[in-house]
Ligand binder design. Structure first.
Ligand SMILES: O=C(O)CO[C@@H](C(=O)O)[C@@H](OCCCCCc1ccc2ccccc2c1)C(=O)NCCCCCc1ccc2ccccc2c1
Ligand SMILES: [Mg+2]
Ligand SMILES: [Mg+2]
Length: 349
């Protein structure tokens, strides 16, 4: 079919959406028709940007140029990128990116502006992190999660308010929208520790794990995978879970401000799935043994199916909070003083 055929463009955009993310594809389909296309394009534009960022085979100077200019490619009909690494899982999105551009240029200009602006800011942020080896500090952990996920929440909130389906205040409360994204990204960073470490990507802040090992120990965060360091691995894991957990208050406030049911579902389901993941990984030594622990299929389906409203979502989130609080109870009895720590598994039996 001709590249500018409306039906072909729509079909291909949703095809690419389904290819690049099962979970977000499903919740985006839940949105009211006028927002579905906008958010689908928003997702594909940023996933395209992220596919450049994640690709370790692209020369760093070339990568910086691509990341910083990506927002402008959305206005260049026909643009594609065919030099992704062979095992870059979403490379087909960049190879077919001209289709995304066709859809982007059909959107109401008010949405194009929001998408291009977030894409520009995210690309600049990402390029800062791939330029020089950024140290994994707590400050950079905050900065990075803002750029790759906080900005998504801010952009989505601007789209919701611009559509008129949500109050202008949803777009104005950027710290709540930021927390929506950070919570999801931090949960992923915690869960994907082993997979990222094996890919040479270190997101966990150094100040945290260094707090739990004797001063003179040298080496990088890989020490958490070594025998006799299980205790400081667990202490680091739990610290980061509690740090991520702090965003739940903002998440609940954000969700309770929403009026449109489909927007609520779209926002609540990823948060509930992240809560489920965080509950799974909290105080769980397996995250240092297996890559990317996944919540049980049933759990995810259950969350997707029972169409939460704010009261149901709050009850569910608080039930996860109880589970984490119970697990944290155990931690109270662990003598994790620095330098004088015991093997965690003695206590976990
Ligand atoms: O490569 C991968 O598969 C994972 O990549 C991660 C990484 O590279 O760190 C990482 O890439 C981040 C950069 C690209 C962000 C793409 C994105 C994701 C979800 C969206 C949902 C709706 C609209 C636009 C969206 C854009 C990643 O995908 N992390 C998952 C968490 C990102 C959360 C984004 C987000 C923020 C606020 C939200 C509020 C409500 C509903 C969904 C939300 C979704
Ligand atoms: Mg990625
Ligand atoms: Mg990335």
């Amino acid at each position: 079919p001709p590249k500018d055929d409306e039906k072909y463009i729509d079909f291909m955009n949703y095809y690419l959406l389904g290819l690049t993310s099962r979970s977000f594809a499903r919740v985006i389909q839940e949105l009211t028709p006028e927002l579905k296309d906008v958010v689908c394009v928003f997702y594909l534009v940023l996933r395209g940007l992220d596919t450049i960022e994640d690709d370790m085979t692209i020369d760093v100077n070339k990568k910086v140029e691509l990341l910083r200019n990506f927002h402008s490619y959305n206005y260049q009909k026909g643009w594609t990128f065919t030099e992704s690494g062979p095992n870059e899982k979403d490379r087909v999105l960049l190879e077919q990116y001209d289709i995304v551009i066709e859809k982007f240029l059909k959107l109401d200009p008010k949405y194009q502006t929001i998408i291009a602006d977030i894409c520009k800011q995210m690309g600049e942020g990402m390029s800062e992190f791939c330029l020089k080896e950024k140290p994994s500090t707590i400050e950079n952990y905050y900065l990075y999660t803002y750029y790759v996920a906080g900005l998504v929440g801010i952009g989505l909130s601007r789209i919701f308010s611009a559509s008129g389906l949500e109050d202008p205040s949803v777009a104005e409360k950027t710290e709540l929208a930021d927390s929506m994204g950070r919570f999801l990204q931090k949960t992923n960073i915690i869960r994907d520790f082993l997979e990222d470490y094996e890919d040479g990507r270190k997101f966990w802040p150094d100040e945290v794990w260094k707090e739990f090992i004797p001063e003179d120990t040298e080496g990088d965060i890989g020490i958490l995978l070594k025998r006799n360091y299980e205790c400081c691995a667990m202490a680091t894991l739990n610290y980061l879970c509690v740090d991520a957990f702090q965003h739940v208050v903002d998440v609940l406030e954000y969700l309770s401000s929403l009026k449109d049911k489909t927007i609520f579902n779209f926002c609540a389901i990823p948060q509930l799935m992240a809560m489920s993941t965080l509950t799974l990984v909290f105080n769980n030594p397996d995250i240092f043994k297996t890559k990317s622990l996944k919540t049980r299929k049933g759990e995810t389906v259950k969350i997707m199916r029972n169409n939460p409203d704010i009261s149901a979502a709050t009850v569910t989130i608080l039930s996860y909070t109880d589970i984490i609080a119970d697990k944290a109870e155990i931690l109270k009895y662990l003598p994790l003083e620095k330098g004088n720590y015991k093997k965690l598994d003695e206590y976990m039996k």
